[in-house]
Design a protein around this ligand. Structure first.
Ligand code: GLA
Ligand code: ZN
Length: 662
């Protein structure tokens, strides 16, 4: 896809005078910047009026970058609508959750079903492709920007009804799917269906009276916005058949079903903005998810070289931190490192957002020196890593339908959050340097020895059978409380939890207790060890499974809390409560031991060690992502750090990173 690692980021020379451009080029050369993402928010510049297009400035920018030999990431500029469009065609703006039609302002807020928006967005993408598509320096197309949000306008409502007609065919089927007998919500005409915002069936922002309806609206919105992406993509393809096309995703962003999106994208790209206190395991999980979307290397489209402006506390990246964070990103499968942005804005809400060139305007800054160091390292890496994969024998299921459904439930516990539950299991593997793939529910499980499916709340048709096959063929499955509860429309699988997973898990759960944050129980394991648990406690009966640990307290003391069911050649583990990390480790050590799961290196270490493997060999990324200094694992002693060309140090201080060819 690319011939080298792209290094650069969002670049907005149009916000500056031309005298600055030349200076930029000189400074970027010094940092080995070889790529720029341009035209992200330039719609109002290149189409100043409905019938006027003016590409003269963009021509100059593209010419300048081409002359410098850049790999240009060319955006289609449709992420922010021009004022003339929203003013003349108010229906291009969205109607929000409260039912208010927005006016001109903001960004990422076009109604996906507005025919005017669609017409002009597609036309712009086509014109850009016609004009620049044959320029060999265009390395990638970047459609719109950070798609997201939702619209509740009358046009979207009408389109939703059509979407539902295609899905359900009859109103009987729809009434049944959404369980509309509840509260007497039966509808007798498609026109009676109302979008689920604050004026309809929503309960606050987070909950809903009819999850079947609200989940369908999320599916519909994700599909609708995806149609906008496809429309621009197809417009580009009329003139440019080959250049990869992407749009920048946002990790675990809730609103869009990224597994579905990735099928339409040539390469996944994403924007990584951890907060000052985001655990590194959480960032690693999001990288793995982005890699998992296409099971392929991805682009890091944005990160800040120093600080952000939109978090509550925008701390600086400490010296060395940006470098370590960037290599962690590459370690998990990125083939590009791109910043938002290359020159810091002089006005508007992002003037406090870090950039490669700060307000001082020179290269004489700490941040620039660190950017330049990383630039030299990436340049030296050449194409070495571009084909390298991250082989893993563990798959953790991530599923947007489950994300939506689980968090729409009213009860049993308001603290139950989907990504948090996934992260608890991811973290177990992360801390042991065990590689993980984040996989969709319809993945090919046979590639894995172990599949982990935390809170697999919604089990759609065929999923239980696929998991049964995986286990009976010898796989190890770990699933948890709040699994197997509902089908695709959020109606309960009757006959006892965990519904279609009951046979596989060899248990049934009669009741689910919810614990407040200040409450806890404990799980007593066979070896006598006791470990704290909370959030939810299933009251489980064994039906063939063995109990590995039981509750220590309350009226269900002695009930199984962790079970294992031998099934065919494999086994299914059921974790009936939320265990804290030490207790979870007891279960996971056993399950992963049984599955023969191995860390990337045999030695235990507090360093992150991540491996990419490709035609040029195995590369071990060894990183100290904070905390105390740590000894280099003995396996790497005396080996060369390919970043410095010198022998790797025997001790890694905070932010130290070495890459060793294994
Ligand atoms: C997002 C956007 C950028 C910019 C950055 C700031 O990722 O895509 O345009 O606003 O955030 O962090
Ligand atoms: Zn709309």
């Amino acid at each position: 896809m690319f011939s080298r690692m792209l290094y650069g980021g969002d670049y907005n020379p149009n916000q500056w005078g031309k005298e600055v451009w030349k200076e930029d080029m000189r400074i970027f050369r010094d940092a080995r910047i070889n790529s720029a993402t341009v035209n992200v928010f330039s719609w109002s510049k290149i189409q100043p009026a409905e019938d006027v297009y003016d590409f003269s400035e963009l021509d100059e920018i593209v010419d300048m970058l081409s002359a410098e030999g850049y790999d240009i990431v060319l955006a289609t500029a449709t992420g922010a609508m021009p004022a003339w469009m929203v003013t003349r065609y108010p229906e291009t703006a969205r109607v929000d959750f409260e039912g208010r039609r927005h006016r001109f302002g903001g960004r990422h807020n076009a109604c996906p079903h507005s025919p005017v928006f669609q017409k002009y967005a597609a036309r712009l993408a086509e014109k850009l492709a016609e004009r620049y598509g044959s320029n060999p320096h265009i390395a990638c197309w970047h459609i719109s920007n950070e798609y997201g949000g939702e619209c509740y306008c009358p046009e979207c409502e009408q389109q939703f009804r059509l979407w539902l007609r295609r899905k359900y065919k009859t109103l009987d089927a729809l009434n049944d799917a959404w369980n509309m007998e509840f509260w007497g919500h039966l509808v007798y005409s498609w026109d009676e269906i109302v979008v689920p915002n604050a004026l309809g069936d929503a309960i606050g922002r987070e909950k809903t009276a009819f999850a079947g309806l609200s989940i369908d609206y999320r599916r519909f919105m994700s599909d609708s916005i995806l149609e906008n992406f496809k429309m621009e993509r197809d417009a580009i393809r009329r003139y440019d058949k080959t250049t990869p096309i992407t749009t920048n995703l946002m990790g675990t962003y809730k609103g869009l079903d990224y597994f579905k999106w990735a099928k339409e994208m040539d390469i996944v790209s994403w924007d990584n903005y951890p907060a000052y206190n985001t655990p590194w395991s959480y960032t690693a999980m999001r990288h793995d998810l982005m890699r998992g979307l296409k099971d392929a290397p991805f682009m890091l489209m944005e990160q800040t070289p120093s600080q952000q402006n939109w978090q509550p506390f925008n701390s600086l990246k400490r010296p060395g931190q940006m470098r370590a964070q960037s290599w962690q990103t590459v370690a998990h499968g990125a083939n590009t490192i791109q910043f938002f942005q290359l020159r810091r804005s002089r006005g508007a809400c992002e003037k406090f957002h870090g950039a490669v060139i700060a307000h001082v305007g020179t290269e004489d800054t700490r941040v620039f020196r660190e950017v330049a160091q990383l630039g030299r390292e990436l340049e030296a890496m050449g194409d070495t890593l571009l084909d390298a994969k991250n082989p893993a024998k563990v798959g953790i299921i991530f599923d947007w339908d489950n994300y939506w459904a689980l968090e729409y439930t009213s009860g049993p516990n308001v603290e139950l959050k989907y990504v948090d539950q996934i992260h608890r299991y991811y973290k177990y593997f992360y801390e042991r340097n065990i590689p993980v793939d984040m996989i969709p529910v319809d993945a090919d499980f046979s590639k894995y020895s172990m599949v982990v499916a935390p809170v697999l709340y919604m089990v759609k048709d065929g999923m239980a059978e696929a998991l049964e096959k995986f286990v009976s063929d010898g796989g190890t499955l770990v699933t948890t409380f709040m699994s197997g509860i509902v089908g695709q429309s959020d109606n309960v699988h009757l006959g006892g939890y965990p519904g279609p997973l009951r046979r596989l898990c060899g248990i049934w759960a009669e009741e689910i207790d919810a614990l407040a944050p200040e409450q806890s129980n404990a799980v007593k394991f066979a070896d006598g060890g006791e470990h704290k648990c909370g959030l939810l406690c299933d009251l489980v009966h064994l039906e063939g499974a063995e109990s590995l640990g039981s509750y220590a307290a309350d009226f269900y003391a002695g009930y199984p809390a962790v079970t294992r069911n031998a099934f065919g050649k494999g086994a299914a583990y059921y974790v009936a409560t939320q265990l804290e990390a030490d207790g979870l480790a007891v279960v996971m050590d056993r399950a992963s031991g049984e599955a023969g799961i191995k860390p990337v290196i045999d030695e235990p270490t507090k360093l992150e060690v991540t491996r990419r493997s490709g035609k040029n060999g195995d590369f071990y990324f060894v990183m100290n992502l904070g905390g105390e200094e740590q000894p280099l694992p003995s396996r790497f002693a005396g080996k060369t750090d390919i970043l410095t060309g010198k022998t790797a140090p025997s001790v890694l201080k905070t932010w130290d990173t070495v890459i060793i060819k294994g």
